[in-house]
Design a protein around this ligand. Structure first.
Ligand code: GDP
Length: 295
């Protein structure tokens, strides 16, 4: 499960701390060293770890904690609150336009973009929206078919113009189609590549300029740890994304990507993918995540 490895390590550290009555500065220093190692092992960005541990240490060394009757618990609470803050604090909501809303999903190949397009469509329909999926990946041979299979599975229409039309024109036509058919959210499944390349980025920028998406959501595979963070930084610099979706959290015992992305990019994680089924999508709640890590 998500964060299991990290959770286990931190909980072990804090069990020791909780077991003590009064805490000395050395107890806190030792605990902070373990927190630092646990976060680094979880593949959290090293700059993020550094500033996190500095913040927590400063608060934990305060006389309020050292002189309290339950200092161990106080330290755990500080770590909990800082972990939640690190992941963005409050839950980040999706934004909608009054008429037709466009959500553009971007990301590298294999991150789980097409799967997430379906999950998001299903999530929105459950909330009384009328989504339309649009196939803008004309390069990967099976991409259109894959989206159609997903659409069929959840009974949500898929717009395609085949693989001979420019993705910018497909995106525009999808909006027109949505208008005619009374659909209120268009989810664009865009092309991914194995690596970020200029042609891909230019195409994504052109789609953005043509249809003015309300959200540009970057889909990253949480299992790739710091690579996912680097991808997020790159996409954000070029496209100014509005949020991130981390997939495959179900198999990620470390959680380094989920813990670093907000701090590194300044952009919130809005959803997580937690399995291969269409219903395996969760709104990303930083507080709950922090709670899960600390048990
Ligand atoms: P795309 O190339 O970015 O469109 O990626 P796909 O949507 O084709 O997903 C790649 C693989 O990851 C597929 O086998 C999916 O079933 C799998 N996948 C996607 N999301 C998740 C998830 O949240 N958890 C797990 N375990 N697998 C996922």
């Amino acid at each position: 499960m998500a964060f299991d490895g990290l959770a286990e390590r931190l909980q072990e550290t804090f069990k020791k701390l909780r077991g003590k009555g009064k805490l000395t500065e050395k107890d806190i220093k030792d605990a902070m060293r373990e927190v630092r190692l646990a976060l680094l092992e979880a593949d959290v960005n090293f700059k993020v770890v550094k500033s996190f541990v500095a913040k927590v240490s400063e608060k934990a060394m305060g006389t309020e904690v050292l002189e309290s009757l339950t200092p161990g618990q106080q330290v755990v609470k500080i770590v909990h609150d800082e972990l939640a803050a690190l992941m963005g604090g409050a839950e980040a909501k999706l934004n909608f336009d009054p008429s037709i809303t466009v959500f553009m999903l971007v990301g590298l190949q294999g991150a789980g973009k097409t799967t997430m397009a379906g999950k998001l469509a299903l999530y929105l329909r459950k909330r009384n929206r009328k989504p339309l999926l649009a196939a803008c990946d004309i390069y990967r041979p099976a991409a259109i078919k894959q989206l159609q299979v997903v659409g069929k599975q959840i009974d949500i229409p898929v717009f395609t113009l085949g693989d001979k039309t420019n993705p910018v024109d497909i995106a525009k036509a999808a909006m027109e189609h949505a208008r005619k058919e009374g659909r209120d959210v268009v989810i664009l499944d865009t092309a991914g590549r194995l690596h970020i390349d200029e042609a891909l980025m230019l195409e994504l920028k052109n789609i953005k300029a043509a249809v003015n998406p309300r959200e540009i959501l970057l889909v990253v595979d949480s299992m790739t740890g710091q690579d996912a963070v680097n991808v997020a930084e790159n996409f954000n610099t070029i496209l100014d994304i509005s949020g991130v979706i981390v997939t495959k959290l179900d198999g990620d015992t470390r959680g380094g990507a989920a813990l670093s992305i907000r701090e590194v990019t300044g952009k919130p994680i809005k959803f997580s993918g937690t399995g291969e089924k269409m219903s395996d999508i969760e709104v990303f709640h930083p507080e709950r995540m922090a709670g899960r890590i600390l048990g």
